[in-house]
Write a protein that binds this ligand. Structure first.
Ligand code: HEM
Length: 342
């Protein structure tokens, strides 16, 4: 029997977190700089893009009362930028097992923002798993570090980070990464980590409206090519859903290894993300490069949507260092040419 949404969620913030998370961000930025000696400078993680697109985000008129927060308080439409990516910090073929991501930036969002108070944006970032195998941000960065160096050293490094938990973590990781995904238009993308939603807390997800069929990805840029072919034929649509915190056992905020189950806390659709068909003459010139230069960051949000939990707090350091290291663009303000075609 599901419980009702609850406001009794609590964060447990460690006293030493600033130093710990600065160190993790510096480690990721170090890997990013080292890679730039052989490859173009880019994101510390999610280095390889598959597409940079325009989209529209429509807030529905039947959002439940508890979820009527910020832009979700009333029906509305927002232009958006979307970037699909592989999770790795390496430029590798799509045939390699990897995390896959979608990043969505809404423009024209009112309200005071967490990082850049006057910005007009709100970002949503998601991957293909509803939870993570890592108990701490150190475990996550430890894995990134272990696999980014020499392959022969990966196992000893992993053992150093995870100790006796290694088997369990690798098992869960393999489960997540091993799932065959033929088209990035087919699977559901999950936030995996919670955010505030006014007085409540939620995880969110993007569910494709029409299940997509595709051939197996067998080429290095298979996802890019498959998405481009699909978008030339028609648009894509996702239901944007939220799943509320209900209690500390079934929907923990700090322990993100626990999946919040539908049976304990049902998902609620509150908006739709529409990515329109890309015309035969292609995307507006410069759009893909512009999207590549942007920063998609869960901390780009109005204050009522603050990311929650230690993994999220660690991201607050990592995304900043990565975007400064790569000289990313400032937040868009909605005056960009492709949002205002003449
Ligand atoms: C488990 C939940 C997580 C999800 C859903 C997630 C998702 C994503 C996505 C989709 C991107 C690509 C954004 C883009 O296209 O620009 C990204 C980038 C990135 N992620 Fe995560 N991530 C997660 C956890 C973490 C953690 C725990 C860290 C580090 C502590 C981290 C560090 C980064 C960094 C450094 C980037 C590149 C930022 C930039 O230069 O713009 N992520 N993430």
């Amino acid at each position: 029997m599901p419980l009702p949404p609850s406001t009794d969620w609590r964060e447990t913030v460690g006293e030493d977190e600033t130093a710990r998370f600065d160190a993790l961000a510096a480690t990721l930025a170090g890997i990013q700089r080292a890679r730039s000696e052989r490859h173009p400078m880019g994101r510390a993680l999610h280095y390889k893009p598959h597409a940079g697109l325009l989209a529209e985000f429509t807030v529905h008129d039947d959002v439940p009362t508890w979820a009527q927060v910020g832009i979700f308080a009333a029906p509305g439409r927002f232009p958006a930028y979307v970037r699909y990516s592989n999770g790795s910090g390496a430029f590798q073929p799509d045939t390699e097992p990897d995390v896959r991501g979608i990043a969505v930036k809404l423009v024209g969002v009112p309200g005071t923002k967490i990082i850049h108070p006057d910005a007009k944006t709100q970002d949503f970032l998601a991957i293909l798993s509803p939870s993570v195998p890592f108990a701490t941000p150190e475990e996550f960065v430890g894995l990134v570090q272990a696999v980014s160096g020499h392959k022969l050293l990966a196992l000893p490094r992993l053992l150093g980070h995870f100790g006796l938990r290694l088997g369990k973590v690798l098992g869960k990781l393999k489960e997540g990464l091993g799932t065959r995904v033929d088209s990035l238009a087919a699977p559901t993308f999950y936030s995996a980590l919670p955010i505030r939603w006014g007085d409540y807390a939620v995880k969110y997800s993007f569910v494709p409206a029409a299940p997509a069929k595709a051939d197996r990805v067998t080429t290095p840029d298979g996802y890019r090519d498959e998405l481009a072919g699909r978008l030339a034929r028609g648009g894509l649509s996702y239901a944007f859903r939220v799943q509320p915190y209900v209690d500390p056992a079934q929907t923990p905020v700090e322990d993100n290894t626990v999946e919040w189950l539908e049976a304990d806390s049902p998902w609620v659709t509150v908006a739709t993300l529409d990515i329109p068909r890309v015309e035969a003459d292609g995307q507006p010139e410069g759009l893909a490069d512009f999207v590549e230069s942007l920063v998609f960051d869960p901390w780009h949000a109005p204050t009522e949507f603050r990311p929650l939990g230690a993994m999220q707090r660690a991201r607050n350091h990592a995304y900043r260092d990565s975007s400064i290291t790569r000289g990313a663009a400032p937040e868009p303000d909605g005056t960009e040419a492709w949002l205002n075609p003449s």
